[in-house]
Design a binder for this molecule. Structure first.
Ligand SMILES: Cc1cc2nc3c(=O)[nH]c(=O)nc-3n(C[C@H](O)[C@H](O)[C@H](O)COP(=O)(O)OP(=O)(O)OC[C@H]3O[C@@H](n4cnc5c(N)ncnc54)[C@H](O)[C@@H]3O)c2cc1C
Ligand code: FES
Ligand code: FES
Length: 1276
């Protein structure tokens, strides 16, 4: 059937072969993602950031190319696509390529088989990115696969298994790819669609032959026009006016600068043929709306064919580093340029490149007059009422050289901190510069060309030290970056701008001139890192004990990879449901005078606005019930605002998008606004007046002795940074009023706290609150308490309106309104002997708690600071520091990550001071009771060739001035304690003997359910497939503690064992009477005899046999730095952990890999940038808060679980696994310090100093610490 977009009021498209239309009934802000999830009810496609930054929403599209008219297949971020752009599209979602009914697709299967799905929230997005890739190129190489996943983030796995899964497909031949399932037929793809389905293409061919624009009057008063001729744009604008319109290309620019609400008139220009074609005269003339992907392909083609356009290869390589594939598939050149035009501070790579090569743009106005402008003139021209139609690129002879750079915080999908393009026209001697173009981005809005330096270089031989230094001097004066948080500091940006010029000159310098050690400056990390990474995993299992120790696949893995696993917001639409969003304060501290919702309430679809006055019970989303949660925390500020971006009100609307959109219309009137600096940092709190009582002493360690052989004193400060949890599933709760109470489906790690808090907010008995949690799409501590905000808000609205309410907190709101892993500070003084043995240690730890003392880490700091060392001579005092900021909260390995990093930092400092091998210094400080066997350490170091690699690093550093390597080692003894109760219920069904467990713990990706099934199967001696796990449910497992601190698995396992034993004991008489009976016959008979086939059990700190223990681990890392930019890549990481006798070692490997990567990201990347005057967070988006991507992980990543290990104090001999590996990641900071020291030695700094490095060790902190002088930028 042809998909003719008939009539004036709708667009038509297919999703998984089913036809849909969208028209006047929908508002302009309806995205493809929203349509897929909430209209088509296909919840497999996820969302998180809604700005193209996370990849959870990726789907595949087949559409007709506006230029070639061929049917093309590509991936898009469904969160960025406006539904009205989808006319004639065939959209395939994760459900469409494979599912439990038609069978799974090879990509889904491989991801599951490789343990590539932990919480699973990222999995559908990864699958669809890979699917789209394979659709276009079934013969992908492993390197191409690795390079193509920049669009997708995963917070759990550490990417290694995902890369392995997809590379395994890449290496296979076409036959396996043929396993791809056809979304239309549901059968294996026969690759015959082209002929069969010619009619599918008709609409678009038809569409392209149309000239009359299509018009849709949208539900929110906007007009949508589909135009096929340029003239139509102006004809329409002449009628409706030029005040408020937008030309919609890919609509991806909103991922860079969010659009609160669309202009009144929208033109879809993606079928405007003129803007998408290209031709060559003398120049290459591109239609301005060519997508970045098409540009890449075109440049690749022309650069290899035409010597005058050889330079396009440089542009191609650079554009491949712009955004990521799904954005590049629809994002256009013109859209990028207009973004730069509107926001001159945007570090546009496209503008940079076009300006770098002296390209021009053509603008057309309503009279169809064409004006050609160079890039600078374009920026200064009013473009209202004009369309960019063409971009013209000139040819260059082989006397021209083009070099470009882009310095980013992470390897892929990151905009430039600073970018640069250098075009030099050389004379025939290839030394003298005839003409230079030097263009930078990221300096200041009004600066792109370094005109003074360009003029200076005319007729100069740049390949001598004097000219180079003089040019750098001119650049130094000319480049004056502005302060622009969260961008790196002006100082750094200036230095790197100079470095990039130097790098370009090194790159072009004839080898006979260049001193070999300087050659390392030319390349970037992108060039240096090998294109294919590798992984290695080692563990043992005991076949006799299966299913225990069996590396079984995660139970929910397959449905997660297929998008069938249900998360809290995947519950289908509920009749009458409403959506609520928080309104946040925009002042740090003030009195609230009034809240005026008049404007918001005028908007059609807005239902109500609730404030603290509407809360029937307690205004707190925390119910203080133990030492970790001593205080109430306000749900909605009532009289006073206590921190910047505190929630003040809730706006309720009939869609989530609308609720988020109208928040800004609510006016909060304040008085007594705090106009002095707030107390935001630990240092400010230490200086605050005593009576404010901001620094509160907490747990401590007291020495029992003091050594007398003090030869050296080591003094310093260790800092740990904040970290946002970056869970892929946002804080989500759906509340449904039922009978007298409320049924709540929530993404929480702690159903009991949620129930208690909601009951008090609503002022109803706890028994009225039924809480269910099937799984969390990542949590990492954020859903221990902080997710209660969403839960309480949702329940409050449900109660007041007596309607179901869904709250999914927007990423921006979570990042701004809730706390993070706290930053901390450790001041230490250590007296040591000549071997580095500690004689005394005096330390003060300060933890920045934010507003309340809830989720304070001091206890965990004290528990883990000793690590594997003898603490008898240590004096440590911890302090909670109260600041005017949201309460900071637990994040994976709270306190322990900081504590172990802190002492390992001190150990490195001591080794430096006494000039002794850091390994020996560590071993000589080991505690006799808790230490790792030194043999384990030496075995590990030998195994990983540590000494040889150390020697290799020295050689490498001697030969490379601008690339430096460091290698370092860390050891860990992580303390495991059992904080509270975990309950489990085991049911056996008499009809067939199948078993179901309800677990108090929550499946947050760690594989809890799989392990529990293994334990129950083993205890009851049934096949593991006969055991099912029900969602966590507070009716079955009430009063259970939160799933935190890595002990849930062990506690629940013990409860499962105990409950199974109870059932077995009850069955014993039956078994005795029926010695040859099967399990099924026994349970059937038992039921007949009235025997209860259900049992429950609780494990907690008072359970006999539950004892604290240590988890041991070792890690080594080798890292390479680009000293000129601060960029780094991780050459190799080895992580060894003693997981005891693991219940499921394959899942444990996944935990180790993921935890270690998450913590590497903490120490080297994840910077939160606040305005310390008022506490406003600058980077609360995926655009500017970065976590590691797939190309940031160690290039060679090896995991070893200790063999033949049994933990006598653990359940079934196992050990906790999810948090400890994080604690070893600080090794990267020490390795980086070694690399920096090598550079500083070359710079002539002292050899014996312990270099302070800012954390996270961002590019800027590397450059600062290396502190290279510009006069070292030489060629020989
Ligand atoms: C996650 C992400 C990462 C990114 N990373 C980078 C990066 O690293 N480097 C970089 O340079 N960019 C980056 N970008 C920006 C990206 O390149 C742009 O979003 C994209 O090119 C915009 O094109 P578009 O067609 O989607 O524009 P749209 O969003 O459709 O339109 C943007 C603006 O351009 C106007 N417009 C569009 N076409 C025309 C035309 N022909 N004539 C006149 N006006 C027009 C529209 O009216 C609108 O105002 C990133 C974007 C995202 C979402
Ligand atoms: S939700 Fe679309 S990329 Fe994040
Ligand atoms: S499995 Fe990737 S985010 Fe959880």
């Amino acid at each position: 059937m042809p998909v003719t977009a008939s009539g004036m009021d709708k667009v038509c498209f297919f999703i998984n072969g089913i036809e849909y239309s969208a028209g006047c009934e929908l508002p302009s802000y309806t995205t493809l993602n929203e349509f897929i999830r909430r209209h088509a009810e296909l919840r497999g496609t996820k969302y998180m950031c809604l700005e193209g930054g996370c990849g959870t929403c990726v789907v595949n599209v087949k559409a007709t190319h506006p230029n070639t008219h061929e049917r093309v297949s590509f991936s898009v971020n469904s969160c960025l696509v406006v539904i009205f752009s989808c006319d004639g599209w065939e959209i395939t979602t994760v459900e469409g390529i494979g599912n439990r009914k038609i069978g799974y697709n090879i990509i889904q299967k491989r991801l599951n088989q490789n343990f590539g799905s932990q919480c699973g929230y990222c999995s559908p997005g990864f699958v669809m990115s890979m699917y789209s890739l394979a659709e276009n190129n079934p013969h992908l190489s492993a390197a191409e696969v690795e390079n193509s996943l920049g669009s997708n983030l995963c917070r759990c796995t550490g990417y290694r298994p995902i890369l392995d899964a997809f590379k395994s497909i890449a290496l296979k031949d076409i036959e396996e790819l043929d396993e791809l399932t056809c979304p239309k037929t549901g059968r294996t793809c026969t690759k015959t669609c082209e002929s069969e389905d010619e009619d599918w293409c008709l609409v678009n061919i038809q569409g392209l032959s149309l000239t009359k624009p299509k018009k849709i009057a949208l539900a929110d008063g906007r007009l949508w026009f589909e135009v096929y001729e340029l003239k139509s744009v102006f004809d329409i604008l002449d009628k409706v006016g030029y005040e408020s319109y937008m030309l919609v290309g890919g609509n991806t620019a909103r991922g860079v600068r969010p659009i609160k609400s669309f202009p009144l008139v929208l033109f879809n220009i993606s079928n405007l043929h003129e803007l998408h074609s290209h031709y060559m005269d003398v120049n290459l003339v591109l239609g301005a709306s060519i997508t970045l992907t098409d540009t890449i392909n075109l440049f690749q083609d022309i650069s290899t064919r035409d010597p005058n356009f050889r330079y396009l290869e440089v542009l191609r390589a650079h554009i491949e580093r712009v955004a990521h594939i799904p954005v590049r598939n629809i994002g256009t050149l013109a859209g990028n340029l207009v973004l730069k035009h509107e926001y001159p501070d945007f570090q546009s790579d496209i503008f940079l490149l076009l300006d770098g090569v002296g390209a021009t743009v053509t603008l057309v106005d309503r009279t169809l007059t064409r004006t050609e402008l160079n890039m600078t003139a374009f920026l200064n021209t009013n473009i209202v009422g004009k369309v960019i139609t063409q971009i013209k690129l000139p040819p260059f002879s082989n006397h021209y050289e083009l070099v470009t750079y882009k310095v980013t915080p992470r390897e892929q999908n990151a905009h430039a901190d600073i970018n640069a393009a250098f075009l030099f026209q050389f004379g025939s001697d290839r030394r003298n510069i005839i003409q230079a173009r030097i263009v930078y981005g990221g300096i200041r809005p009004t600066f792109s060309h370094a005109y003074v330096a360009e003029a200076f270089l005319k007729n100069k031989n740049i390949f001598n030290n004097e000219t180079l230094q003089a040019a750098l001097h001119h650049l130094d004066i000319e480049i004056q970056p502005v302060y622009d948080p969260p961008q790196p500091s002006p100082l750094y940006r200036k230095k790197v701008a100079l470095s990039l010029f130097y790098k370009a000159i090194i790159k072009l310098c004839p080898p006979e001139i260049l001193k070999p050690c300087y050659a390392s400056g030319a390349s970037s990390v992108t060039d240096d890192r090998p294109p294919i990474s590798s992984g290695y995993q080692e563990y043992d299992t005991d076949v006799n004990d299966y299913p225990l120790t069996q590396p079984l696949l995660k139970r929910e893995g397959m449905i997660q990879c297929a998008g069938e696993a249900v998360y809290s917001d995947d519950i289908p639409a509920i009749k009458d449901e409403v959506f609520a969003a928080f309104v946040l304060s925009t002042v740090p501290k003030a009195d609230i005078q009034s809240i005026d919702a008049t404007e918001a309430l005028k908007v059609k679809g807005v239902i109500t606005v609730l404030t603290a006055a509407d809360i029937p019970g307690m205004n707190s989303f925390v119910f203080p019930n133990d030492a970790l949660l001593p205080e109430f925390e306000v749900l909605l500020a009532s009289k006073k605002v206590q921190y910047y971006n505190q929630p003040v009100a809730l706006v309720v609307a009939n869609t989530m998008a609308l609720a988020d959109q109208v928040k800004s219309l609510i006016k909060i009137n304040y008085s007594n606004i705090w106009d002095k600096p707030i107390v935001f940092t630990i240092e400010q709190a230490l200086e605050a007046p005593k009576e404010e009582n901001r620094v509160k002493p907490r747990q401590s360690i007291s020495p029992t002795s003091r050594g007398t052989n003090v030869q050296k004193i080591v003094k310093g400060t260790f800092i740990s940074p904040r970290q946002y949890h970056f869970m892929m599933e946002l804080h989500t709760t759906v509340t449904i009023p039922v009978d007298n109470g409320f049924e709540i489906q929530s993404a929480t790690q702690y159903t009991t706290q949620l129930q208690s808090a909601v009951a008090r907010v609503l002022n109803v008995p706890e028994s009225f609150i039924i809480v269910k949690t099937r799984r969390c799409g990542g949590a990492f501590g954020s859903k221990y308490i902080r997710s209660n905000m969403a839960a309480c808000a949702s329940a409050l609205v449900a109660k007041i309106l007596n309607r179901p309410c869904r709250v999914v907190m927007h990423l921006y709101d979570i990042m701004r309104a809730t706390g993070k892993r706290p930053n901390s500070r450790l001041d230490y003084e250590v007296g040591v002997d000549d071997n580095g043995v500690i004689q005394y240690l005096d330390a003060a730890w300060y933890i920045n708690d934010g507003l309340s003392l809830n989720e304070n880490e001091c206890d965990f700091v004290v528990g883990n600071f000793p690590n594997c060392y003898d603490l008898t001579r240590w004096k440590v005092q911890t302090y909670s520091v109260v600041t005017d900021a949201p309460t900071n909260c637990f994040m994976r390995a709270p306190g322990s990550i900081e504590a172990i990093a802190g002492i390992e930092h001190i150990m490195d400092h001591i080794s430096m001071k006494v000039n002794k091998d850091p390994v020996l210094v560590r071993i000589s400080n080991y505690s006799p009771e808790t230490s790792l066997p030194p043999l384990m350490v030496t075995d590990f170091l030998q195994r990983i060739d540590f000494s040889k690699r150390e020697a290799d690093v020295i050689v490498f550093n001697a030969h490379h001035r601008w690339k430096k390597r460091g290698i370092n080692f860390v050891n860990m003894a992580f303390s495991v304690e059992f904080p509270s109760n975990f309950i489990v219920v085991v049911n056996v069904y008499f009809g067939d003997g199948s078993v179901i467990l309800s677990i108090g713990g929550i499946e947050i990706g760690q594989g809890l359910y799989t392990r529990m099934a293994q334990v129950a199967a083993r205890e009851l001696n049934v096949h593991v497939e006969r055991v099912t796990i029900a969602p966590s449910f507070n009716f079955a497992t009430p009063n259970t503690f939160g799933t935190v601190a890595s002990v849930t698995t062990e506690c629940c396992a013990r409860s499962v064992i105990d409950a199974c034993n109870q059932i077995k004991a009850r069955l014993a008489p039956v078994r005795a009477d029926m010695p040859n009976a099967t399990w099924e016959q026994i349970v059937f008979a038992a039921n007949d005899r009235g025997i209860l086939l259900q049992a429950n059990s609780l494990t907690g700190p008072y359970t006999p046999g539950v004892r604290p223990y240590k988890v041991y681990g070792l890690a080594a890392i080798e890292v390479e730095l680009d000293i000129l930019t601060g960029r780094k890549w991780i050459v190799r990481a080895d992580v060894y952990e003693d997981c005891g006798r693991s219940i499921n070692p394959a899942l444990d490997v996944g935990q180790v890999e993921g935890a270690f990567i998450q913590a590497l990201s903490l120490w080297t990347l994840e910077d939160t940038v606040y305005n310390e005057y008022n506490g406003k967070l600058y980077n609360y988006r995926t655009w500017n808060y970065k976590i590691y991507g797939a190309k940031d992980i160690p290039n060679d990543y090896r995991i070893y679980l200790r063999r033949r290990s049994v933990n006598p104090d653990g359940v079934l001999g196992s050990k906790a696994v999810s948090e400890p590996p994080s604690c070893m990641a600080y090794v990267i900071v020490n390795a980086i310090r070694d690399a920096i020291r090598a550079s500083r030695l070359d710079s002539g700094y002292r050899a014996d100093e312990f270099i302070p490095i800012g954390v996270p060790v961002t590019n800027e902190n590397v450059v600062r610490a290396a502190d290279v002088r510009i006069d070292e930028y030489l060629l020989y």
